[in-house]
Design a protein around this ligand. Structure first.
Ligand code: SF4
Length: 312
């Protein structure tokens, strides 16, 4: 993976215009993501770099500092900022980690809350930083299977499951609000009872009580990507589960296919049942399941989004 420098020219603290994130500014440290998950729809964005390249915004800390200064003068500092919608904030490069640290520290020092979702390894210096601002940090760790073979096939350059479990344990130990994000559940792969039970059993043992979950949503770009990057038999089985489903608008894409509703409901019942038995709370992502009763799964309190809206 080649890491390249790039200057960010557009404003940073802009909310993405979709779903429950539509009021929360989102910062991507990089354009492109080194983890190369086979189910990643951000890899199909027109702005995504070619495979094998990741660009990092070297001027991000200065830009954030300047934008905060301007907003502060107008009394319009954001309440929360999230990392990231199309990349992972903890990719294993010194340059990107250093930028992530500076940006997160700047926000936290101004009393702005941060949330992030990661499949990376969180270095200890971040844990120390977060422990000094614990009420302002919401951590979401993406993990759907403890099986390293799954990680090798589906999330080939992400942190090993064991490292992600360590992330959760360390964050929990210093008092951070940390939850497990089981997304995407892949039919016949990560939604099997033994996989879900194994994962949730271990996660509950380290004291994590919050889980959010969602099945893979299929977009046209993903079909080719899964077909190219997975063994044909595995890709074929997954794609078959979505075959014939109508296209519909889900988040930003009007050409999304959802897993049939009855299969999703059955899978979510299974995950929720296991959570309940372990004393954990589970929320299903409302944005990715628009045909099911709405559940709010993001890390902010319901009122936070509205408060934020008034400031943007
Ligand atoms: S970690 Fe997230 S952004 Fe990075 S490749 Fe995987 S799904 Fe995409």
């Amino acid at each position: 993976m080649k890491l390249l420098r790039e200057e960010r020219k557009t404003p940073v603290l802009k909310p993405p215009s979709f779903g429950c994130l539509s009021t929360i500014p989102s910062i991507n440290i990089t354009r492109g993501c080194a983890f190369q998950c086979v189910y990643c729809y951000a890899r199909g964005f027109t702005s995504a770099p070619p495979k094998g390249k990741v660009y990092y915004y070297h001027n991000l800390p200065d830009l954030v500092e300047r934008e905060l200064e301007r907003r502060s003068k107008r009394g319009r500092l954001p309440v929360w900022v999230t990392f990231s919608t199309s990349s992972d904030p903890f990719q294993p490069f010194d340059e990107t980690l250093s930028i992530a640290y500076r940006v997160m520290e700047t926000l936290l020092k101004r009393g702005i809350g941060i949330s992030f979702l990661t499949k990376g390894h969180i270095p200890n210096e971040f844990i120390h930083l977060f422990s000094r601002h614990r009420s302002k940090v919401r951590a979401r760790i993406g993990l759907t299977s403890l099986d390293e073979r799954y990680r090798d096939l589906f999330e080939p350059f992400s942190a090993l499951p064991l490292k992600r479990m360590e992330n959760m344990a360390k964050l929990k130990e210093v008092g951070i609000d940390v939850a497990l994000r089981m997304d995407p559940l892949i039919p016949g792969v990560t939604d099997r009872v033994e996989v879900v039970e194994g994962l949730l059993g271990e996660v509950s043992r380290i004291g994590i009580g919050e889980v959010s979950a969602s099945y893979l949503v299929m977009r046209p770009y993903l079909t080719g990507q899964l077909w190219r990057e997975l063994p044909k038999a595995v890709a074929g089985r997954i794609l078959k589960a979505y075959q014939g489903q109508p296209y519909q608008r889900v988040i930003t894409s009007a050409r999304t296919r959802l897993l049939p509703r009855d299969l999703r409901e059955e899978g979510y019942r299974r995950v929720k049942g296991i959570c309940l038995a372990l004393g954990m709370r589970c929320h299903i992502c409302g944005c990715k399941n628009p045909d099911l009763p709405w559940e709010f799964c993001n890390p902010w309190a319901l009122g936070d989004g509205e408060r934020q809206l008034r400031l943007l």
